[in-house]
Write a protein that binds this ligand. Structure first.
Ligand code: URP
Ligand code: ZN
Ligand code: ZN
Length: 457
């Protein structure tokens, strides 16, 4: 199909200019100040982007879709998560493969890959390493040879997904040898475990005790730990969902000492503070995630680090659990509340509303942190940019749109929204994925199964 996007203001991580974009097949074939429809093949679809921004398709490098976790399963399917992501302007997702410790990595990879077959956005994976032995090592090598260029380790979730120091060390050594990035959830699992026990024993069982069970020191120690191991092994690392000033500082210290490290923040930590998790009547459970929501001073710090470039990416850590049937598993014991906040649909509009419109970040930082940097760090070829030869993943964004978030209208499968009633400024009006229109007039028009495993460099 031929597409001609006319008159938009093209914004990339480094450029800002007015031009027309011609897409033929799956790629961008020409960008010029003026392209007449007469120059394109008959039947070209012309999209009027006058008064709109044209951004590269956004990339969320940290989501969970198929997730057996804390005695239940995350709620979305690839069908629902793709609808939600695309409606919000996100054209590529990187999912965490999270096998149980007894599972073989290759079988797990194939399970996760199979489920993504119904996606209508593009996707890739971080391969979770939850055990280390000869079989796991040989299968991880095989998975990397199939094109997966990043691992995921959990320093938290003792006895479940978490790895010990020996497993961490060998995973990082292998990553260094194979040239893959290791993404890491950084919290000291022993400290979390002990504090959880003490709080529950003291009758402190509500969701408001989740944050005190894993305070900032616990996260900062996790990041320091990862930096030490990365330094010893030479591996390139990526700290996921960094929630607080102290944790960013540990990563920055690691970088200053020569560690190749990247820092990710996630939308919930940027816009929600711990007061949400302290809401009465068990309402706070909707806001239980790990690391937890923090005091608002940390939000100010995260925005500042995003502005200055210390933070590279804004993801979601989309981990969707229903309130009524799943979060309530933790009534009377906050350690049993499935951790996670659904947010894949709202990342781009929230970052625009609370970042760009509030003057916290400029348009280039917006694009870099929500798209281009993830493409660069994780080697997503042809993504995260607007250039001839690149994938025709484009977002025509209407900055004048005003809307309200609600679980009644969102595309995610959960029965609640953490942002119920929030106003958003701007929306993805037209979204193209490899040259096909998948969102039109703000409405999803994609087709299940048309998403593709994105090639990685
Ligand atoms: O609370 C969270 N973050 N849930 C999803 C699993 C993880 O730790 O990323
Ligand atoms: Zn995590
Ligand atoms: Zn996660």
């Amino acid at each position: 199909m031929s597409l001609l996007i006319k008159g938009g203001r093209i914004i990339t991580a480094t450029e800002d200019y007015q031009a027309d974009i011609w897409c033929e097949g799956e790629q961008i074939t020409r960008i010029a100040a003026r392209i007449s429809p007469a120059e394109c093949p008959p039947g070209v679809r012309v999209i009027d982007a006058a008064g709109k921004y044209v951004f590269p398709g956004f990339i969320d490098p940290h989501v969970h879709v198929y997730l057996p976790f804390m005695g239940t399963y995350a709620k979305d399917t690839w069908e629902s998560v793709s609808r939600a992501a695309l409606t919000g302007g996100t054209t590529t997702l990187i999912e965490m493969v999270c096998p149980g410790r007894a599972e073989e990595p290759l079988a797990a990879y194939e399970t996760w890959l199979g489920k993504a077959g119904e996606a209508s956005c593009d996707y890739s994976f971080h391969m979770g390493v939850t055990r280390w032995d000869a079989l796991a090592e040989s299968q991880l090598r095989e998975i990397v040879s199939r094109g997966v260029r990043s691992f995921k380790v959990f320093l938290a979730y003792k006895g479940a997904l978490g790895v010990d120091d020996r497993e961490l060390y060998h995973t990082l050594r292998l990553a260094r040898e194979l040239g893959v990035v290791v993404t890491a959830h950084c919290e000291n699992e022993t400290l979390v475990d002990e504090r959880q026990r003490e709080l529950i024993a003291a009758g402190k069982t509500g969701p408001e005790w989740h944050e005190p069970s894993r305070p900032v020191e616990v996260e900062a120690e996790g990041v320091h730990h990862l930096m030490t191991f990365a330094k010893m092994t030479g591996a390139e690392v990526y700290v996921v969902h960094t929630s607080c000033e102290e944790a960013v500082a540990e990563a920055a210290r690691g970088v200053a000492s020569g560690v190749r490290a990247h820092v990710e923040v996630v939308m919930p930590h940027l816009v929600l503070d711990r007061g949400y998790a302290e809401r009465s009547g068990f309402e706070g459970a909707k806001y239980v995630m790990s690391p937890p929501l923090r005091e608002s001073r940390h939000q100010r710090a995260l925005w500042a680090h995003l502005r200055s470039g210390v933070v590279s990416t804004v993801a979601t850590d989309h981990a969707p659990f229903d309130f009524e049937s799943q979060k309530t598993m933790g009534r009377g014991d906050f350690t049993r509340i499935p951790n996670g906040i659904p947010s894949v649909q709202h990342r781009v509009e929230m970052l625009y509303t609370h970042g760009v419109c509030e003057g916290r970040i400029d348009l280039h930082t917006f694009v870099a942190s929500a798209s281009t940097n993830a493409a660069r760090i994780f080697g997503l070829r042809g993504k995260g940019c607007v250039r001839v030869g690149g994938d025709a993943d484009l977002v025509v964004f209407d900055p004048g749109y005003r809307g309200t978030v609600s679980a009644r209208t969102h595309e995610m499968a959960t029965d609640y929204s953490a942002f119920e009633g929030w106003e958003v400024k701007g929306r993805a009006e037209v979204v193209t994925l490899r040259g096909s229109v998948v969102v039109d007039g703000g409405r999803y028009v994609g087709q299940s199964g048309t998403g593709r495993l994105a090639p990685r460099a």
